[in-house]
Design a binder for this molecule. Structure first.
Ligand SMILES: Cc1ncc(COP(=O)(O)O)c(C=O)c1O
Ligand SMILES: N[C@@H](CCOP(=O)(O)O)C(=O)O
Length: 461
């Protein structure tokens, strides 16, 4: 099993190398050279299995000989042991033929835990074997950062630095990062947006002196292992609703395009997915791009679904690679144009994308109204991101079952939920003292050199 870069100029790697490498050295993202497929019989055989067993069967072919079956099985068991629901990703009926996939029962109450808990275990296994030490730097609009800190805090062979946009994450999200006491975990509040944080992270990967000196690793969806672990719940949900004998559609609240890219992989692997609906908030570049073919950045406007306040959607590069016939030179050219403000998707590539993806957007008012309606009519308290999904899904309900991904717990965004419903969702008891814990963070300017200096100094302590 080999992984290649979307820009075609970096060496092919094994699964373990890909996981520990992060961004390819040509600036691209790693993807499998060929995608393992599951037959209808293999998919049917997933019915009735535990989440962990499905995870093993779906992901195992991607790993090659990077991990033994026993190592991988143990990593999966440890990863999901701390989840607060026996099903891990329970499915709930919302409306006729419309289901909610609850992905917020992990330790930090967002879907990021599904992948981060697992890659925490995989990193530990690989690094214990090699004796290596790595520096993880992550960019977050709120949830990746808290999940990463939770998964990597206190580990002896890892330092973790998380860049989050100052003043643009919820208080719960910020505190989940800034109250981590372990000395190997560092929250960095950048003066900028998530896009700025992600751009500086990619700059660090492209600064080979810094990258090699600190042994830089990434746990954003830059890392293919992150996306892979998110493929699993598309299988558990679709099989629970009748796959492979019945088609299923998914609506995915989308920002960096990692979660919906996992759905696209599931479809390519053989899962009968009819439609993948991209749901955006008013930062709607993906909806505009799929509607018009123009992927043009307009700047980010803060929203009540802050984790999706993104304009430069990292994983869109991965589907563009496929839509352009896996032509790395064409993708590199588009990414070059993006640095100057945007690009136009060719007609052929747009038609290819539209064969898999539909899209919609929810304004702030529509998001709030959906939180209120879901509470009143469906008995469901939604986080604003999930509400964006449920709102957009309304236009795509039909005879095929629709699953909307509930990506975070409403208690992570209590102000928005309270404003819409009058109800203030409580954090689970294990987090009840979150607002009493001392915070620790460093403000950093949106400046590569200063951020790298700060990381070097922290590592030298
Ligand atoms: C709660 C929540 N919903 C949706 C998203 C969007 O997911 P993605 O960036 O994978 O598109 C994010 C951020 O990743 C998130 O934290
Ligand atoms: N919404 C995300 C943004 C980063 O996405 P990732 O999937 O690339 O880690 C967040 O919560 O940080």
């Amino acid at each position: 099993m080999r992984y290649i870069s979307t820009r075609g100029q970096a060496p092919a790697l094994t699964f373990e190398e890909t996981m520990l490498t992060g961004l390819a050295r040509d600036g691209g993202l790693y993807v499998p050279e060929t995608l393992p497929r599951m037959t209808p019989a293999e998919i049917a055989a997933l019915a009735g299995l535990s989440y962990e067993e499905v995870a093993f069967r779906v992901m195992r072919p991607f790993l090659g000989d990077s991990f033994t079956d026993a190592e991988f099985g143990e990593c999966i068991t440890r990863a999901y042991a701390g989840f607060g629901h026996a099903a891990r990703a329970p499915l709930k009926q919302l409306q006729d033929n419309h289901f909610l996939l609850e992905l917020f029962h992990g330790p930090t109450l967002a879907f990021k835990d599904f992948a981060m808990q697992l890659i925490g275990q995989l990193f530990q296994t690989a690094l214990a074997r090699s004796g290596e030490r790595v520096t993880i730097v992550g960019a977050t609009s709120g949830d990746t950062g808290s999940a990463a800190m939770e998964a990597f805090r206190g580990l002896s062979n890892v330092d973790v630095f998380i860049l989050y946009p100052h003043g643009r994450v919820s208080d719960v999200q910020r505190r989940q990062m800034t109250t981590v006491a372990e000395a190997n975990a560092h929250a960095l509040a950048i003066d900028g947006t998530f896009d700025d944080a992600q751009a500086r992270l990619k700059d660090m990967f492209n600064d080979f002196t810094f990258r090699d000196e600190v042994r830089l690793a990434g746990v954003n969806s830059i890392n293919f292992a992150r996306v892979l672990a998110q493929v699993v719940y598309y299988f558990t949900a679709a099989v629970a609703l009748g796959a492979p004998h019945r088609k299923v559609s998914f609506t995915v609240p989308t920002g960096n395009f990692g979660d919906i890219f996992a759905g696209y992989l599931a479809k390519r692997m053989g899962l009968p997915i009819e439609r993948l609906v991209v749901a955006t908030n008013h930062n709607d570049i993906l909806h505009r791009a799929l509607s018009s073919g123009d992927y043009v950045t307009h700047g980010v406007t803060p929203s009540i679904s802050p984790s999706m306040d993104i304009q430069v959607s990292s994983n869109f590069e991965r589907v563009l690679f496929d839509a352009y016939g896996r032509d790395g030179v064409a993708v590199a050219q588009l990414m070059d144009e993006l640095r100057r403000g945007g690009f136009h998707i060719s007609q052929g590539a747009l038609e290819t994308l539209r064969a898999d993806f539909a899209s919609g957007r929810a304004s702030e008012a529509q998001t709030s109204a959906m939180i209120a309606r879901a509470r009143a009519e469906m008995g469901e308290l939604l986080c604003p991101h999930s509400a964006v999904g449920v709102h957009v899904a309304q236009d795509f309900l039909g005879t095929t079952p629709m699953v909307t991904l509930a990506t975070a717990h409403p208690a992570k965004f209590p102000d928005a939920v309270e404003a819409a419903t009058g109800l203030r969702p409580a954090l689970p008891p294990r987090m009840a003292d979150l607002f009493e814990r001392p915070e620790r963070m460093t403000r950093v300017p949106d400046d590569l050199t200063q951020i790298e200096t700060l990381i070097r100094e922290a590592l030298a302590k």
